[in-house]
Design a protein around this ligand. Sequence first.
Ligand code: ZN
Length: 301
Amino acid sequence: MALRRPLVHEIAKDTYLINEFGLVNAYVLVGSERSLLIDAGMGYCDLRAIVESLTEKPYDVAITHAHPDHAGMMHQFERVYLNEKEKASLPWAARLDFDLDEFVRNNRLHVGNWEVWEVTEDMINRGSLDTEILPLDEGDVFDLGNRRVTAHSLPGHAPGHIYFIDDGARIAFTGDCCNYNSGTRYAASTFIRDLQRLLDGYGKTYDRIFTGHTTYCGTLDVKSHDIRIVRYLIEAFRSLLRGDAVFGERVFQLFPERPPVKCLLYGPVVQYPHENRSGPMVCPTFNADMLWEEGEPHIVP
Ligand SMILES: [Zn+2]
């Protein structure tokens, strides 16, 4: 019998990770006055019912970025906070004509065809509310009473990507802005500075990172994300600016039928158990034609 319900883990006091069948995480932060849901999953469960089983407080919903695995169930909620620059992706990210193929494709991406999950058509629930989009910007604070959650901007994986720092659990909830699937199509110099700002907070405003996905590379766990990934990404994009980056080719496992894409190779050699290989990390998301902001002096940050 395979798993048919999302896994819910308490990762800190009053702080819950909801893992949707290995695909993606959403987080519920329960405060003394209000609660906060970070991200709205993919679409294979009643996320709203899970949230309301974890908190009786009024709650807000804030979305890191408008991709289908993070905004997928936003129409289960009356209103969500989302950065303006993400709105254009919503017709794709939260569309209602959604089926099990998405699960199979994304399962292949995130956990490598694991068969611990049993997801069926009847579990699909993207909601149908006419959801109001509220603005979400750098510096916005969700005051939950005994804890405050601050929004920070880190474009790259998506143009209006936001991450959150919770001063209660001292956790950074980083969505997809600094995990093994991160990079930027925008200026590398800005990406480096934004990552450095995140790194500078480590040990000062937060001690642990939880990303949008805890099952990359075939591990099913709820460990804090390795802070070194932020340093590796900074170094990778610095090498791109310096002109000594190492490139490789890679078949994107989400689309194995497509030709291999050019990737930035970086970091130490690591194991990829579900792909049965080892090697450096690969970043297919970079733009060699947009290394600097317009008019910016070419000094590697
Ligand atoms: Zn994601």
